[in-house]
Structures are given as C-alpha cells and as structure tokens.
Design a protein. Sequence first.
Length: 441
Amino acid sequence: MMRKIKKVTSMLFACLFMGISLTDCTIVTDSKRNSINIVKVDAKKLQAPTYGEMDSSAQAVANGTNVFAFKLSAALAKNIGHDNFVCSPYSVWMPLAALVNATDTKNQDALLKALSASGISASDINRAASRMLYDLTKLRYNEIMDNGQYHNPLKIANAIFVGKNVTLRKDFAQTFMDFYRGNTMSVDFESNDAVKAVNQWANEQTEGLITDLVQEFDPKTIAAIANAIYFSDRWDLEFNPNETSNGVFHAQTEDKTVPYMLHESDGQTYYEDDRVQAMPLHFKSGGGMYIILPKSGDAVELLSSMTNDYFNEIQQDSIQATGKLLLPRFSIESDVRKLKDALIELGVPLFDDKSAPLKGGIIEENIPVWLSDAMQKAIIKVDEKGTTAAAVTIMAMAGSSMPMPTKPFEMICNKPFIFVLYENTYDGGSQVLFTGIVNKP
C-alpha cells in the first residue's frame, strides 16, 4: 500500500498496486530516471473511427463511460459538504477499463456493470478505449498536417510500474500498450528509487506541474498501474479582463466579494428549464466546459442528481440566444480520499481480498491480487483566458426541451454551481473528462 501522498497541483495519476515480473520483454536502463527500466513493447496503431460508419459497441462503451462519470461524481459529491470539488471520472475509468482484461470470469461481469458496460466484451472495451484515445489526443490532426506538429491541449499517459521479483504477464502488457498506450517500467519498491522514478514520471507527464507526488511506498508493494491526464487550453472567445469586476458571491456559509468575468453578446448557446440555467464555454481546440447553475437547491444536490441523459438533453435542447453570463474566476483543488468507498458503492468488485479478482490476470505468480485502496487529487483553474485542469488518482493493490426565451437572458453565477469539462469524440460525442462544484470561488 502506498502512504504519504504529498499535495498535488495538476494532473491525473492513477496507481493500482499489485503483484507483477517481467518476461520476454526488452529492458532498457536509463540512469537519469532514478533506476527505472523501460520495457519496450511494440504497439499497434490506435484505431481511427471512420466517419459515416457506426460502431455500436464502441458507442455503447463511450456512452457508458459518461454514465459512469456522473454516477461516480454523484457518489463523491455527497461527501464534500460546503467545500469546492473537482474530480476526473475519466481518469478513474481508464485503469479500470484496462483491468477488465485481467479480472477473472467470476468478477468481470460485475466490473463491466459498474462501468455501465454490461454485455460488452473485453475486446470491445479495448477497441473503444483505443478509438477514444485517437480522438482525444487528436491524432487525426497530426496525420493530416505536413509537419505533424499539431499542439493538443490534452495529454493522456498510462504506465505500469513493476517490482523486481515478480513477472508481468506478457499478454496484459501487450494489450495495455496496444489499446491504452501503457508503458511498462521496472522499479525497486524496496528502495527509495521507486519513489523517485514514479515522481519523475509524473513530473514529465504534467510538464513539470507535478513534483514529489509520492513520499514513500510500503516495502510490500510489488507493482502499480498509473494514468496521467493534463489539460490546458484557451477559450475560443476569451473574456475581456477590462470587463471583469467585483461582486458578491452567496456561498452557503457566508457572502464574499469575488471577481466576476463577463460574456455579453448575441448568439450565445444557452439552455434553461425549471431546474437550471446552463451555458457552454468553448475551447479553441474543440470541446468545452458547461457551466450549470441550479435555480433552487444547492450545487451538491444538482451534481448528485445529474445523469448522462440530462446532460445530453441540456446539450441537444440548447438554443442561440442574446444575453449575458457573469462567472467568477475560480481555482479548485480536491483531495478525494473516499474514492475506494465510492467505487465499492458503484459495484466495482476489485477490492475483495477474499476472491482476489485479479489473480492470474496481471502476473505469472500464483498469488492473490486485488485493489486495496483508491484516492484522487485534482485541480482546475478558470480565468479570462481559459482553463487548466488535471487530477491524480491513486488506487492501491495488494498482492497476496426548453421554451425560447422571450427576453434576453441573464445567467449570474453568484451562488454555488457545477461544471462539466468535456472533449468531443466520434463515438461518445461530448466525452466527460472532469466534473465539479464551485461552492466558494
């Protein structure tokens, strides 16, 4: 089990601790990486969706990923009280999706159900994950550009860190690389070199924003599977900082003066019903962030009741309208320490030490393997220019229709509201990456 996780500023990092050793792979030693060895596994190309052709299984997986995103957000949000909250459900989904390939037949159906992918095979999950990565990392843009230098604001990385005395199954390593672009790395969990290696990897994947993520590993740790996600982009239509002015925000515990950014124009995408007002803020590279303001009740209640169907309704029934948005600048960092409890509540079966659902699927050794813990740290910053968002997820594994407005709208976010950051994909449409609550900017 991993202990003493330091404060994180930005990125997503998912660790699942397990028992694994390397066979039939090439190990490359890099002295600059603190005794970390990179195991080279050749990868297939990520699968590119063909426009005009439908892949019903991939669409079902993508839809289920958003269903899982809102279910997980609801389970986590109920514990935050009056605090701010941000999480990256997609960061949690990716390692769990990869582990579908390693889960025994007795528990695989339960894991698929928890991921809202009942009836979907592991191969379909893998294909859908590959197509998502192709879209989210915008490989198509690099392929059509002569110099292949398209700058993608979203970075996603996966890795498995394995201990020196265990054997990683080659079939899982190959699947993890082919469909999830997961690298395999060898470290010594019995020394401080493992801490240095993992921290250096995290630092590299987040452009230097994440340093000293881990302080120490339990010496009994024999492996970790990791995911990193980092997002930073500018608004397609930026706020004018000269129009930012102070105003009162009515938090649940007190009123406070905060800077409000202003958007006011014709032709703004806008949604309203008897529950909420909602507007998307679009990014230059595509995708965006929906700001959703409850008319009554609190933001925790709203996010706890949010579903993918309702999110789709908000998007589909939005109109072009004249009006203004007043939105406070905000910066949020969350330390989600009840992620394990939330995943168990959703039916994820991987935490059962008695059934050891990962035995035989990850490592060659005949020992019980299961998830023992999970946590996430996440951050988001929103200002006049754009958004930077990232998260860190840690999972420890043990080895043993709205009416047209009749007048210009006003959407004044001077009380708690929620946000949903998404990127566009072919199979899933608006793929949810981050969700959160602003209770006190």
